[in-house]
Design a binder for this molecule. Structure first.
Ligand code: ADP
Ligand code: MG
Length: 420
């Protein structure tokens, strides 16, 4: 291969095109944003072969040399999206192969291209920085991709030399990266891909201001990939701030929990819904049930209906004072009250863990609300069931939700309640 020229700045238009998926607004409705942060990637239980991911031969050679027979689940899901230029939020525990999930698509993208700083990986620690650097060397060995590690506690000169020679990829800890930026050793003008690796740890270590500074110097037309083992609210906020229309790829604990959620649709006339709820609550071991209604008025009505049947319940919606909402939440959390009836708005952002069941008393008008509601159960609880009451005029909406989920939801016909 002839030596590569150090190229001039690539035009913005080209960079824009390279992140087309992330900026494209013309996707079909079914691919619209579903999860709180981004589109949830479909989970295929059968791992695809490496060959189906479309990596270049030089990249595949490195994969084969590494002895990886099949991609791990996070790799199988994240790599195709990253290769299309989309933003990815990858949630998976340690040891699930996240490094290759971002390294391979980056190597693939940079392979054979002009040598300039096109990808930056931010990592929390020196050790991680070294590991990711080694990973780029391993996967990039046949693809002519140059990488340099940048971390603190060591001399500046060798790093400065690497920076002035020119590399395709930097793997850096935030503090030392800023030092080099301040010294004018590095320019982020040509950056196309930013990776925030172990985002939760970076935030734990207090790197938020440094990350902010670094990212503010990078083109908004970049592709951003964020990986984290956990998703505390801080990571969610980080994702909202830096990712654009990301696809959320989650494997491991979170999605396993989500898998245990049993979805079911109960066909029932609207006028019989409260009776059905009472019947389910009386007959099943439903410890803590979050019931969703479309309206505040509806929430109050359900609470009264349950109270009439001697079932303790409380409502939470926008007409309640903050003190009332706190009290309702506290009673629910402590187990004093078994049923909390809420509107979508009221429950957003609340951490109500340990819910055993979610009941959609009304079918949500948006598929994304369905996903969001269901996300309430199966998160902390090991088992969580999600029941949706479907009146005849809600059949079409349930079909839409099923189409978006990519799966039909089981129908459960309760004798005496089904409208037939
Ligand atoms: P994470 O970042 O999720 O903690 P790593 O990317 O460090 O995990 O990978 C953990 C280990 O799994 C590493 O030793 C890596 O070499 C190995 N590994 C990664 N992908 C595969 C694969 N597809 N098949 C087999 N082993 C893999
Ligand atoms: Mg990792």
């Amino acid at each position: 291969m002839p030596p590569r020229k150090r190229a001039a700045t690539r035009p913005v238009a080209a960079r824009r095109a390279s992140t087309k998926v992330a900026t494209d607004n013309t996707e079909p409705v079914d691919a619209a944003v579903l999860a709180p942060i981004g589109v949830l990637a479909p989970v295929d239980p059968i791992l695809p072969p490496w060959e189906s991911l479309g990596l270049l031969p030089d990249v595949m050679r490195a994969v084969t040399a590494a002895g990886y027979t099949v991609p791990t689940p996070i790799q199988a899901q994240a790599i195709p999206i990253a290769m299309r230029g989309g933003d990815v939020m990858g949630l998976a525990q340690t040891g699930t192969g996240k490094t290759a999930a971002f390294t391979l698509p980056i190597v693939n993208r940079l392979s054979g291209g002009p040598r300039r700083l096109r990808a930056l990986i931010l990592t929390p620690t020196r050790e991680l920085c070294q590991q990711v650097d080694a990973s780029f060397r391993k996967y990039g060995q046949f693809a002519d991709v140059d990488v340099a590690p940048i971390y603190g506690g060591v001399a500046y000169e060798p790093q400065e030399r690497a920076l002035s020679t020119g590399v395709d990829v930097l793997v850096a800890t935030p503090g030392r990266m800023i030092d080099h930026m301040e010294r004018g050793n590095v320019s982020l003008d040509n950056l196309e891909v930013l990776v925030l690796d172990e985002a939760d740890r970076m935030l734990d270590m207090g790197f938020a201001p440094q990350i902010n500074r670094i990212v503010s110097g990078i083109s908004p037309y970049r592709q951003t990939l964020l990986f984290s083992a956990t998703m505390p609210p801080e990571v969610e906020a980080l994702a909202r701030k830096y990712l654009r229309r990301p696809t959320v790829v989650q494997v491991g604990r979170r999605s396993q929990a989500a898998h245990t959620v049993r979805h079911a649709v109960y066909p029932v006339p609207g006028s019989r819904k409260t009776a059905l709820l009472v019947s389910l609550l009386q007959e099943h071991a439903m410890d803590s049930v979050l019931v969703f209604t479309r309206t505040k008025h509806g929430a109050d009505r359900v609470v009264h209906g349950l109270q009439d049947a001697s079932i303790e319940a409380t409502a939470m919606h926008a007409d309640k004072t903050q003190a009332q909402r706190n009290a309702a939440l506290e009673a629910f959390r402590s187990g004093a009250i078994r049923v909390l009836v809420a509107t979508d708005i009221a429950q957003r952002g609340l951490d109500i863990s340990g819910i055993s069941h979610v009941v959609n008393y009304d079918v949500p008008g948006q598929a994304e609300d369905y996903i969001h509601r269901i996300g309430r159960t199966g998160r902390a609880a090991q088992t969580g069931d999600a029941f949706t009451f479907m009146a005849p005029d809600e059949i079409a909406m349930v079909r839409t939700i099923e189409r978006v989920l990519g799966n039909p939801i089981d129908r459960i016909s309760m004798p005496g309640f089904d409208f037939g």
